[in-house]
Design a binder for this molecule. Structure first.
Ligand code: FES
Length: 86
């Protein structure tokens, strides 16, 4: 087994059937904001499959803090990064 290098912090963004309508823009927005904040190497942005929280789409999960958020909007990305990664 080979251990891979990966950031300890991850923002999982649902790419399921319902959240998928927003996930591309959210992923892009989080990546841009993380880069601008100098956190690109510390925090990874990863797609996840549906977690049955579809009524709250789009859903994200911040790990390892195990924070889950629904109805996330692009305009909130900056605030989320500041609140959970600064
Ligand atoms: S599609 Fe995102 S929680 Fe189901």
């Amino acid at each position: 087994m080979k251990k891979l290098d990966a950031p300890e912090k991850v923002i999982f963004i649902c790419d399921g059937k319902k959240c998928g309508h927003y996930s591309k823009e959210l992923r892009k927005g989080f990546r841009i904001e993380l880069k601008e904040c100098g956190l690109k190497k510390e925090v990874d942005v990863v797609r996840m499959t549906c977690t049955d929280n579809c009524k709250h789409a789009p859903v994200i999960s911040i790990q390892p803090k195990n924070i889950w958020m629904g109805e996330v909007e692009e305009k909130q990305i900056s605030r989320i990064i500041k609140d959970y990664f600064s």
